[in-house]
Design a protein around this ligand. Sequence first.
Ligand code: FES
Length: 107
Amino acid sequence: MPEPHATLPVADLPPGTVQRVMLNDEPVAVCNVDGRFYAIHDRCTHADAPLSPGGLEGCHLVCTWHGATFDVRTGQPTSPPASEPCRRYTVERQGDTLIVIDRVPND
Ligand code: FES
């Protein structure tokens, strides 16, 4: 059985941008950092705010509620008040499509 996944067109995610997709009824923020793709849970670990509206600053997503930032490459918080990491997801590219898989990347 295939793993749960979501898809979006590569064209919808230029470098420096983030898009929200739904995967298993959970929001996932898919990010393009200089042509590399990353995905983390689209919920701030401080108080559950969506992270995607804050946009990317380099490799960091910025929470608009209280200013926490997360490194989308690792899911780790990089400024307070958040202290817990966001869950990561695997992103694979197949042609013009990005596939976001409900699997923690093994890197
Ligand atoms: S909810 Fe994100 S910093 Fe508070």
